[in-house]
Design a protein around this ligand. Structure first.
Ligand code: NAP
Length: 247
């Protein structure tokens, strides 16, 4: 074991589910590196909250869809500088619309950030973890990637792709001591879901057996498990955290 700091990297760690994962992994004892793209002030709030709670964190502006920037980030901040124990591929966006009216740019952007970005980050992390012969990768997919959803063809395709990527990467990296799993959140209260009309929220609640929306910390608990000692024999799995929605 090296003396390098043990880092958990959380993409899109400045708000919502990513923030909860960052705070939880810091409590679990990792130094947390979190990325953001547009709101530095939110990222700095998370760093401050983690520091105040006695943990360590750094924030980096890194657009998940920018492959050159991704490669440069790993070369400059991760390789030979820290021990990369955990990657949480969480950065994600939606650009919803009915598919016959969906604009090319909305399709492309959602695939670029949610799927290609996750792939690029996973690839860089895996190069380092393979050398360490150790690592945990958790991809944040979605319940809709398992069941489909009208009005979200781009997002659903990206999340279903992320589930396939998870299963393939798990098989490829297992012999090097690296586990790769996905968490599929159901309906979680964050900025991403805050804009939904009341009528849609009530309709969704009817389909959630536990009778409530999830919180970001519900997803962070699952990520903490998959990143922790107890999940060493779990790989290639899709852990649904959705209040009991049947797929
Ligand atoms: P959110 O509140 O909208 O937060 C998104 C986070 O991702 C922010 O930190 C944002 O940073 C970052 N981000 C966005 N685009 C990025 C990019 N190109 N590069 C790097 N970071 C980027 O979203 P959330 O609800 O927490 O969702 C987090 C993940 O969970 C997403 O992958 C989402 O698809 C998935 N998910 C969410 C739900 C739900 O109900 N909320 C359900 C299923 C799955 P900035 O603030 O700097 O833009």
């Amino acid at each position: 074991m090296s003396d390098l700091p043990k880092v958990a990297l959380v993409t899109g760690g400045s708000r919502g589910i990513g923030r909860a994962c960052a705070e939880r992994l810091a409590k679990d004892g990792f130094e947390v590196y979190l990325t953001y793209v547009s709101r530095p002030e939110e990222a700095e709030k998370v760093v401050a909250a983690i520091n105040e709670a006695g943990g360590e964190a750094k924030a980096f502006r890194l657009d998940a869809s920018n492959r050159e920037a991704m490669t440069a980030f790993f070369a400059e901040e991760i390789k030979d500088k820290v021990s990369l124990e955990v990657l949480v591929n969480n950065a994600g966006i939606t650009k919803d619309g009915l598919l016959i009216r969906m604009k090319d740019e909305d399709w492309d952007r959602v695939i670029q950030v949610n799927l290609t970005g996750a792939f690029a980050c996973l690839r860089e992390a895996a190069k380092i973890m393979v050398k360490q012969r150790r690592g945990r990768i958790v991809n944040i997919a979605s319940v809709v990637g398992q069941m489909g959803n009208a009005g979200q063809a781009n997002y659903v395709a990206a999340k279903a792709g992320l589930i396939g990527l998870t299963k393939s990467a798990a098989r490829e990296l297992a012999s090097r001591g690296i586990t790769v799993n996905a968490v599929t959140p159901g309906f979680i209260q964050t900025d991403m879901t805050a804009e939904l009309p009341e009528a849609i929220v009530s309709k969704m609640l009817e389909n959630i057996p536990l009778g409530r929306l999830g919180g970001p910390e519900d997803i962070a608990s699952a990520v903490s498990f998959l990143a922790g000692e107890g999940a060493g024999y779990v790989t290639g799995q899709i852990l649904a955290v959705n209040g009991g929605m049947y797929m």
